[in-house]
Design a protein around this ligand. Structure first.
Ligand SMILES: Cc1cc2nc3c(=O)[nH]c(=O)nc-3n(C[C@H](O)[C@H](O)[C@H](O)COP(=O)(O)OP(=O)(O)OC[C@H]3O[C@@H](n4cnc5c(N)ncnc54)[C@H](O)[C@@H]3O)c2cc1C
Length: 364
């Protein structure tokens, strides 16, 4: 039987960040993931600048042999309406490919890793966890994404309404590359008419990522179809997609009701339901929750009861919840029809796109 102090289930951005935060802590740490890396992850691959900063990654160290697309602005519109381009003339985000980014984070995290090891059973004996009948751990960190087995073990169900999103990422055919009008440094955001989600078109070097996420799974395929038709009719995409888009779900912090800590258990990233409410950005909260969990574990002196770990969920609330400004509180109470018409009108305004959509919602 293998014994460790901390067993991290899931080696995505949340799990690898927590592991990195625990390197050289003197604790025996093991990361288990069911996949072999590099593995793909359904995602747009947009990260904000604080993600690299929090992880101490210099862009020049990450870039060699990988895609790191600087983003200096965005084109914003209500789908099919006037597009407003906002250019910050400096790097405000990056585009990465998850197959590369997640592997980079995992390989450098500095603790023991076991790949192709799905967690299939979690049992409690006295004061230790026994996982898969063969690993003993004092503390379990659930970092297995939306369907994390550790999250399920403490009673979190998947009955809450998630964001559902679909995307496809592929290399632009070389003969179409010069005529593709999506500029790598200016991704495009297209809000759905009812403001329940948005589509994106995002070029990273020669890779393009097209996707759409919504708070309503039933209408997702219809909105995605409509979005793809729009991209074809406006000449943004002039070639056939090589495959059907793939989908996944995740929860937004604020609307998620997930329990985040229990005795000798902490959840981080999508396992805890932490994505930012306005933009759906999930990588930054995954990284920040992983680092915060590591900080709390380091200071817990081996005592992992629920009362001791509760400080983690309290700190998450203050760190991740930006709070709503007064106009957003009012908007929530407007009749849907009125709110949507107002938003469509506002999305034509450069001031609104820059100050509200980008500065507040996407770049925080
Ligand atoms: C279509 C789409 C687009 C998105 N675009 C963006 C974006 O552009 N920017 C952004 O910031 N966020 C985006 N997100 C959200 C983002 O992908 C997630 O919030 C982020 O991946 C969360 O990281 P994580 O480490 O918590 O989970 P994950 O990245 O899902 O990692 C979980 C890991 O756990 C492993 N695992 C799962 N079950 C088990 C098990 N039983 N045993 C062992 N291992 C297991 C998995 O193999 C995986 O490696 C998008 C989401 C979707 C669906």
């Amino acid at each position: 039987m293998h014994s460790c102090d901390v067993l991290i289930v899931g080696g995505g951005p949340a799990g690898s960040s927590c592991a990195w935060g625990l390197r050289s802590s003197g604790l025996e740490v093991l990361v288990l993931d069911k996949a072999r890396f590099p593995r793909n992850k359904v995602c747009g691959g947009w990260i904000t600048v604080p993600v690299l900063r929090s992880l101490g990654i210099h862009p020049d160290d990450y870039r060699p042999g990988r895609t790191l697309q600087p983003i200096t602005g965005f084109r914003v519109s209500a789908m099919g309406q006037h597009e407003t381009e906002i250019d910050y003339e400096r790097t405000v985000s990056y585009g990465i490919r998850r197959c590369e980014f997640d592997e980079y984070l995992l390989r450098r995290c500095g603790v023991q890793i076991r790949e192709e090891s799905p967690v299939t059973s979690i049992e409690r004996f006295s004061d230790v966890w026994i996982v898969n009948g063969e690993i003993r751990a004092k503390l379990l960190v659930g970092a297995g994404g939306h369907f994390c087995p550790v999250s399920r073990h403490i009673g979190n169900t998947n009955h809450e309404e998630p964001v559902v999103a679909q995307e496809i990422e592929f290399e632009v055919p070389p003969e179409q590359s010069a005529s593709c009008s999506i500029r790598p440094e200016i991704p495009e955001l297209y809000f759905c008419d009812d403001l329940k989600g948005y589509g994106w078109c995002f070029r990273k070097n020669n890779f393009i990522n097209i996707g759409l996420g919504r708070m309503d799974h039933i209408a997702l395929p219809r909105h995605m179809e409509r979005f793809l038709t729009l991209l074809r009719t406006t000449g943004k995409v002039t070639f056939d997609l090589p495959a059907r888009p793939a989908g996944h779900a995740y929860l937004l912090f604020g609307s998620s009701q997930r329990k985040i800590v229990d005795d000798s258990i902490m959840l981080i990233g999508d396992s805890a339901g932490l994505a930012y409410e306005q933009s759906g950005e999930g990588i930054r909260p995954a990284v920040e929750s992983g680092l915060l969990a590591a900080e709390i574990i380091r200071s817990s002196e081996g005592l992992y009861n629920r009362a001791r770990l509760a400080v983690y969920s309290d700190l998450l609330v203050t760190r991740l919840n930006p709070g709503h400004a007064y106009p957003e509180k009012i908007a929530k109470h407007l009749p849907t029809h009125l709110r949507n018409s107002l938003a469509r009108m506002l999305l034509k305004s450069e001031w609104f796109c820059r100050r509200v959509v980008l500065d507040r919602w996407f770049l925080q």
